[in-house]
Design a protein around this ligand. Structure first.
Ligand SMILES: [Zn+2]
Ligand SMILES: [Zn+2]
Length: 348
């Protein structure tokens, strides 16, 4: 039986932390449930998952639907699209069986690339290689999640660029249904020539990007993400702040400069540091523009925003002496302290 290789290339940069990442994990489970009940998919579809943040790695190599289990998604800092493409091309070379005169190879692979940001590494060379050597023997669908994805770079990669904008909570589920239906219809259509069908987006959920004008600049990220550690458990967490609308009013004062309000604080695992690109110097944000302080998701301390001289952030409850979980120095917190300061921010 000839295989239909399907690759999911997922952006797991830290701006995805929270609902997007959870939705993506659950979404993959739902896609697999759908595929498992379909005789065509069971026979032909083989799935692989590649994740990328500051670096790219294969989470699951090509596996038949019956033995595929959706992986836990990591999170890291950076959106290394160039590295993701190079990794994808290596995987296509390594995992996809090509046809020879005496052997029928795999069907043309389908790739779903999902991203919510703009690349933080060089992509030109990878895009050129893609067009020279891969574009004709694979089908690539790029899906921009939200309005901060760099559409022009995606459009240089493939004509099939879709934008998914979530406006209410049921939207992600519908998006996942669309993905499942898309894989299913491809598994039925194998052997027929012609491109991937993207027409069946019957609602405003997904829009096919037609033309990009050069004036469509990429807006700045709409969030600030900061990493801290629990002073008790030493486990890391991410604090996510989302941009509030311009002229946002708080306590009777109208804020004119961009401000960010706390959206959540999420426990992460130690592999965050492996998945992250080294932070460029000077990518800082002042606490002045950050509204609200989350608690520690690991120990329940009231503030996740203590800061050591070393620059590390950690959780805090009240005053007193704390041993910094980053550098081991002890830091004394006095009542009433709390001036604004600059903190290192992630690359989103
Ligand atoms: Zn804590
Ligand atoms: Zn420290």
């Amino acid at each position: 039986m000839r295989r239909l290789p399907v690759f999911f290339v997922l952006d797991v940069s830290e701006s995805m932390i929270g609902d997007n990442l959870k939705n993506m994990e659950e979404g993959m489970q739902r896609i697999m449930q759908t595929l498992r009940t379909d005789p065509y998919a069971l026979e032909t579809v083989h799935m692989s998952v590649i994740a990328f943040a500051g670096m790219a790695r294969t989470l699951v190599p090509l596996l038949e639907v019956a033995s595929f289990y959706p992986p836990r998604l990591p999170v890291g800092s950076g959106t290394a699209l160039g590295a993701a493409l190079r990794h994808l091309m290596q995987e296509l070379d390594r995992q996809v069986i090509t046809s020879t005169p005496d052997r029928k190879g795999d069907w043309k692979p389908i790739i779903y690339l999902l991203t919510d940001g703009k690349p933080t590494d060089q992509v030109d060379e990878a895009i050129r290689t893609w067009h020279d050597r891969y574009a004709r023997r694979a089908q690539l669908v790029a899906i921009a999640i939200g309005r901060y994805a760099d559409l022009s770079v995606l459009k240089r990669l493939t004509d099939s660029v879709l934008v998914f904008e979530q406006s209410n909570s049921g939207d992600f589920a519908k998006f996942i249904q669309w993905m499942s239906a898309s894989v299913l219809s491809q598994s039925r259509a194998v052997g027929q020539e012609g491109g991937i069908t993207l027409a069946k987006t019957d609602n405003a959920l997904l829009t096919l990007v037609k033309d990009i004008t050069s004036s469509d600049g990429v807006p700045d990220q709409d969030c600030v993400v900061l990493v801290g550690r629990c002073r008790r458990t030493r486990h890391p967490y991410l604090m996510k702040y989302e941009r509030v609308s311009p002229n946002f009013e708080i306590e009777g004062i109208t804020l004119s400069t961009p401000h960010f309000a706390v959206a959540g604080c999420y426990p992460i695992s130690e592999d965050y540091f492996e998945w992250s690109a080294p932070e460029p110097e000077g990518l800082v944000v002042s606490t002045e523009v950050l509204l609200g302080v989350p608690g520690c998701p690991n120990c329940g301390a009231t503030s996740a925003f203590g800061r050591c001289h070393c620059g590390g952030l950690f959780c805090l409850s009240g005053d007193g002496e704390v041993v910094c979980p980053w550098c081991g120095q002890s830091v004394l917190f006095l009542p009433g302290g709390g001036e604004d300061f600059d903190v290192q921010r992630g690359r989103g």
